[in-house]
Ligand binder design. Structure first.
Ligand SMILES: [Zn+2]
Length: 143
């Protein structure tokens, strides 16, 4: 079995969502919160039906800013809440009926949620950073 969205090979009865919850569990249990933003973005971008089309565009932009500009989640939150407070955000991030994110062409991902989980909790920060960087690279090949 493979995931219909990201193409990850899946063990019987497992889904990428199970891996997502495993990672969230590690973050809470071991307080591994520094890469939470990268994990959520990487996961959502590889499962674009979670997002609205606008949410997909925004998420790609966020991933790029985090990785290429080195912006911290704190600074990003400030920027985003300023935009929300001023009422300039006129769209929703998550998918809704009739507005579901998808890519124009299928994207070949080189790393997925299951790879992070298989590498284990001891490698978590390193794995998520690698995952996020690989996701951005895959996305930029499509541009
Ligand atoms: Zn998947």
């Amino acid at each position: 079995m493979r995931c219909a969205e990201c193409g990850a090979p899946l063990d019987d009865g497992r889904t990428c969502q199970d891996d997502f919850y495993t990672m969230l569990g590690w973050e809470w249990e071991y307080q591994l919160l520094d890469v939470h933003h990268l994990m959520v973005l990487s996961y959502n971008l590889q499962h674009p039906s979670i997002l609205s089309p606008d949410g997909l565009t925004v998420s790609i932009g966020l991933l790029r800013q985090f990785l290429e500009e080195g912006i911290t989640p704190e600074l990003m939150r400030k920027r985003m809440s300023a935009a929300v407070d001023s009422g300039t955000r006129t769209f929703t991030i998550t998918a809704r009926e009739g507005a579901v994110g998808r890519y124009a062409h299928p994207i070949t991902w080189t790393m997925r949620a299951s790879d992070v989980v298989h590498a284990g909790v001891d490698q978590y920060y390193e794995s998520v950073r690698k995952w996020a960087e690989s996701a951005l690279k895959s996305l930029e090949c499509e541009d």
